[in-house]
Design a binder for this molecule. Structure first.
Ligand SMILES: [Zn+2]
Ligand SMILES: [Zn+2]
Length: 109
């Protein structure tokens, strides 16, 4: 048992150092601040309840159709919602990324 403890000590110390470095990094601090804020708690609860997806929604733009002249601009992570009114399903919100939204706006003009 003694030998085992000796063997894992460097690993444990490395993990402790990594954890400290992580805790000291500004990104982690931002994340911790967010998690402790009312908005953060609400967000986490919503994620846990399955109300929202933890990852940003992906772009649902039909690039080949919506902005034919501009292909390959899609960033895939949706940051905007385009509201479209469909005759069959009514109003729908389509998650789109920034470049796709701009391209669609330009096309719609
Ligand atoms: Zn697109
Ligand atoms: Zn896109």
């Amino acid at each position: 048992m003694q030998a085992f403890t000796e063997a894992i000590r460097p690993v444990a110390e490395q993990i402790a150092r990594t954890a400290q470095a992580l805790a000291a990094s500004p990104i982690w601090q931002d994340l911790a601040d967010f998690a402790n804020s009312p908005e953060g708690r609400a967000y986490i609860e919503a994620v846990e309840c399955g109300e929202i997806e933890p990852d940003p929604p992906s772009c649902h733009c039909w690039c080949q159709v919506s902005h034919k002249p501009q292909q390959g601009i899609c960033e895939h992570a949706a940051v905007h919602k385009l509201v479209r009114v469909s005759p069959t399903v009514g109003q729908v919100n389509i998650p789109v990324c920034g470049p796709c939204r701009d391209a669609q706006m330009a096309e719609a003009r």
